[in-house]
Write a protein that binds this ligand. Structure first.
Ligand SMILES: C[S@@+](CC[C@H](N)C(=O)[O-])C[C@H]1O[C@@H](n2cnc3c(N)ncnc32)[C@H](O)[C@@H]1O
Length: 248
């Protein structure tokens, strides 16, 4: 290994047609190379992590993976399900700007009252008040039809996962688009188990990997896991297990 081979290996791994880069859910395990004990220090302070002073509760490995994916995908549309205070949406919009990508971020939340003032004032982001249990009202098909591809959809509200996947699958996701389901890591829900107030979110969150696997079983040939990003920091070395998906 030398500096020249490092560059060559990185270029080789990214080749979209590399035979083993994209794999089916049936070829994946719900396991992770990062040991269970390591998740506590990696995640317990994630709500202290900020971007421009706004809470940005992404995992540390996602902070590195998302920009790489954005640069490769060059999404014209990002749909974020679960806006919280808008830190994630601003970070995504900033990444698009840095890479010179002319894309727009649409971010939905059932409660936009927590939005930071900087997020409210950010014209690059379309914040939508809406309920994941009625996702077609938040993203009606007329709106989806008008949104340019490629898309990146990030599910991060932990409610009605199967309904959301089915809706965007039937109403717009095309070959080449990406979909990330956040927080499918079975370990980390255990860390919040006793302290989180919203029991429905906790229960549905803890089942996310199972729900995703069930849904993907019927779409094995349509949505594949991009192992280049998924396994960059070890097998499923992420808060998001088996859930960096490309529609093929
Ligand atoms: C983990 S936070 C999102 C974090 C955000 N994506 C980021 O990176 O900064 C989850 C959000 O989902 C929202 N949420 C919970 N239930 C919802 C529902 N039924 N419909 C829409 N949003 C919901 C919560 O209000 C909360 O703001």
């Amino acid at each position: 290994m030398n500096y020249q081979t490092i560059i060559q290996q990185a270029q080789h791994q990214q080749e979209p047609l590399k035979a083993d880069r994209f794999v089916k859910i049936s070829d994946r395990k719900d396991e992770c190379d990062i040991p269970t004990d390591a998740w506590k220090p990696l995640l317990e302070n994630s709500y202290l992590q900020t971007w421009k002073g706004i809470v940005l509760p992404k995992g540390i490995t996602e902070m590195a993976l998302y920009p790489m994916l954005l640069y490769e995908l060059q999404p014209k549309t990002i749909i974020e399900i679960g806006a919280f205070n808008g830190g994630g949406a601003i970070w995504l919009a900033d990444c698009l700007d840095v890479f010179g990508i002319e894309g727009r971020v649409h971010s939905v939340d059932i409660d936009l009252s927590l939005l930071d003032e900087k997020a409210k004032a950010d014209s690059r982001i379309n914040f939508i008040q809406g309920d994941c249990n009625n996702i077609s009202a938040a993203f009606p098909s007329e709106l989806l039809c008008a949104l340019p591809h490629p898309w990146l959809i990030i599910e991060d509200a932990h409610i009605n996962l199967a309904g959301i996947l089915e809706y965007f699958h039937a109403s717009g996701l095309r070959s080449g688009d990406y979909l990330i389901v956040e927080d499918t890591n079975k370990v980390h829900w255990g860390l919040w188990q006793d302290s989180w107030d919203d029991r429905d979110e906790m229960e549905q969150g803890a089942n996310k990997m199972d729900d995703l696997r069930d849904w993907l079983k019927n779409h094995e040939d349509e949505y594949m896991i991009d192992t280049y990003y998924q396994d960059m920091y070890g097998y499923n070395g992420s808060k998001n297990w088996n859930s960096i998906l490309k529609r093929v």
